[in-house]
Design a protein around this ligand. Structure first.
Ligand SMILES: C[S@@+](CC[C@H](N)C(=O)[O-])C[C@H]1O[C@@H](n2cnc3c(N)ncnc32)[C@H](O)[C@@H]1O
Length: 320
């Protein structure tokens, strides 16, 4: 761990809520797009976006103190390498993530209560996360775009595995299908089925008839396939519902099918890890959880799967 003074450690945690909110606001106002052609005054940015100039100035100054935007001269801001990632033409989905955290997750995090086992998101928003998204197509679409971020690395990781010709890969909870499309582009011998709720935003990305979409609930039934991808699905759920999903996979899967779980493996002890913070968000949204290696082995074993290989980000398992 770096040698930060203890007071600085505390301050970095305490200011977290302001950072999440400020970042979400700057993303929603489209500041990075407005600065795409070069530095501009806060007065102009505020005028164009309908923001209060004083509020915007202070938000941008705070963000700039962390390297997101830079105040070139008093009241004039420019993009930095980090704020460029918030541009709408960037493929990394940071703008959508910033909105998701700043506007959707933020009130739910505020409802986290260590003395309650209620789901904080439901306390804050009155309904479960997926129903809330289903009732708000724009938020659903933003969520799906946010989830597309970082898929290239995940597609690379899947593509590097050994595949037989003509295998059918079912991406369970596959959202827009972008991950599977990227895998199929890297592995032209494969076919893919994207399975998700009907309200998921579908990318009608052309990979011919090799990619199909099936709607339904993974708590009920799943299509037959040779390999099942669960990318950032099981961490959404506590052990009981996660095992229920796995049992549905087990029922659909032929005996030799492979299970490919793309999720974090929480490192032991005090080792810094994004997963230890993402775990809090999973707890907030629906009492999901990030898992350690032994928790993964226990969960998969309880549903009839044996772990063949486990590393952070990819767990390979087969039916036992
Ligand atoms: C955290 S997102 C992950 C999306 C994608 N797999 C990825 O890695 O980016 C979880 C996905 O599970 C889907 N989902 C939630 N409940 C579902 C259900 N009962 N049946 C099928 N899909 C579901 C959501 O619609 C969403 O697309």
């Amino acid at each position: 761990m770096s040698e930060l003074p203890p007071e600085a450690r505390l301050w970095n945690l305490i200011r977290g809520a302001s950072g999440t909110k400020a970042f979400g606001i700057a993303a929603d106002l489209g500041v990075a797009d407005a600065l795409a052609a070069g530095p501009r005054s806060v007065a102009e940015l505020a005028d164009e976006s309908g923001a209060d100039p004083d509020t915007l100035q202070r938000i941008l100054r705070a963000l700039a103190s962390d390297g997101v935007f830079a105040e070139e001269k008093p009241g004039v801001f420019r993009n930095t390498e980090a704020s460029e990632l918030l541009r709408s033409d960037d493929t990394g989905s940071w703008r959508e993530f910033a909105h998701l955290f700043g506007e959707v997750c933020y009130p739910a995090v505020g409802a986290l209560d260590a003395r309650s086992t209620e789901v904080p998101f439901i306390r804050a928003c009155g309904t479960d996360f997926w129903s809330w998204l289903a009732a708000r197509p724009e938020e659903r679409s933003n969520f799906d775009k946010a989830m597309e971020g970082g898929r290239s690395e995940r597609a690379d990781r899947l593509a590097a595995l050994e595949w037989r010709a003509d295998e059918t890969v079912v991406d369970i909870g596959g959202g827009t299908g972008a991950l599977l499309r990227d895998l199929l582009e890297r592995r032209p011998e494969l076919r893919g089925v994207v399975f998700d709720l009907p309200e998921a935003d579908r990318t009608e990305a052309a990979v011919g008839d090799r990619l199909t979409f099936v709607s339904g609930s993974f708590f009920e039934r799943l299509p037959e396939g040779d390999a099942y991808v669960l990318s950032r699905i099981l961490h959404d759920w506590d052990d009981e519902p996660a095992a229920a999903i796995l049992r549905v996979v087990r029922a659909a899967a032929p005996g030799e099918a492979r299970l490919l779980v793309l999720d974090s493996v929480v490192p032991p002890g005090n080792e810094p890890s994004g997963a230890k913070w993402l775990d809090i968000l999973m707890l907030v949204l629906q009492r999901g959880r990030e898992r350690t290696e032994s928790q993964w082995r226990a969960l998969l074993g309880s549903a009839g799967f044996g772990v063949d290989e486990i590393e952070d980000g990819l767990i390979q398992a087969t039916c036992r």
